[in-house]
Design a protein around this ligand. Sequence first.
Ligand SMILES: [Fe+2]
Length: 205
Amino acid sequence: MNENRQSDPGSDVEAFVARLEALFESNGAAEYLGEPVTMADHMLQGAAVAEKSGLPATVIVAALLHDIGHLESPRRTFSMDDSHDRVHEDAGAYFLWPYLPAVVVDCVRLQVAVKRYLCATRPDYLRCLSDASIYSLQLQGGPMGEDGVAVFAREPNLEAILQVRYLDDSGKRQDMRTPPVSHFLPLVSHLAELHMRSVQDAVRE
Ligand SMILES: [Fe+2]
């Protein structure tokens, strides 16, 4: 943690939220990754469904930012011609962890693992995946093995991780209108401020 962060979490949060807004307006956000919606629309749809369903703020924010690794690091952008996994979930989690609580970071970091978990534990789950998601599943190791399932089932934030995974799968609709990213940024800012202040307080104690 740098000195600036210890003295003023507010300015770090402001810079973080400005960066998010810029990413949602970047060229990468307008790309289609084998789905019928842009990257920005995909994430906004998940967040909009979460908000409408009355899900917790952490789940709304995780849905909004779950694929931010694609945008934050252009080399992470998926293509249907890929022959290897680009681990965008790691890039996203690494970008978000200084600013947001562990439950949000876990939803982002484990979005691929939970897909592999659901494919192994729910035979009907595979049928709800898009073609691009089925293709990437092959690059990501396919359905989880028995040992992996037993370990993953004990994830402390499993409920939220599952919710965000389902929101991810549902946010691929050509016909869905959503609020702009600016609608959600005050919630991101609020969560980030709470988190960074609690980290700062813990360091002081
Ligand atoms: Fe996604």
